[in-house]
Design a protein around this ligand. Structure first.
Ligand SMILES: [Zn+2]
Length: 107
């Protein structure tokens, strides 16, 4: 009598430990996103640690209501950045200037 409360508590705890929640963090210094598997009592731990990318201790926990929103935000931030770098690299590869000019002057 009155001990049903304890049983549900134990079941909840076991479920949490089995499925370790993942948390998203973002560094304010370099804007790098990273994910950590942490138990709930440790979820703020990465905000006190150095960023794995640049070493700054400016990591913020990112709160997302749904995982799809998180992915969309991350892709929107990352895709143009990588695409832009690729384009720049291609332009750079295509226009080294010297080899093209040398070839045409030989012909
Ligand atoms: Zn960083």
């Amino acid at each position: 009598m009155g001990t049903g409360h304890n049983a549900t508590c134990c079941r909840k705890l076991r479920k949490i430990n089995k499925n370790m929640p993942t948390y998203e963090y973002q560094c304010e210094a370099c804007e790098e996103y990273f994910t950590k598997f942490l138990s709930i009592p440790n979820m703020n731990q990465p905000t006190e640690e150095a960023c794995p990318n640049c070493g700054e201790i400016r990591v913020q926990k990112v709160m997302f209501t749904a995982p799809t929103i998180g992915d969309a935000v991350r892709l929107r931030i990352r895709r143009p950045d990588n695409g832009f770098k690729e384009v720049l690299q291609k332009i750079h590869e295509r226009t080294p200037g010297s080899t093209l000019k040398n070839n045409s002057s030989y012909i």
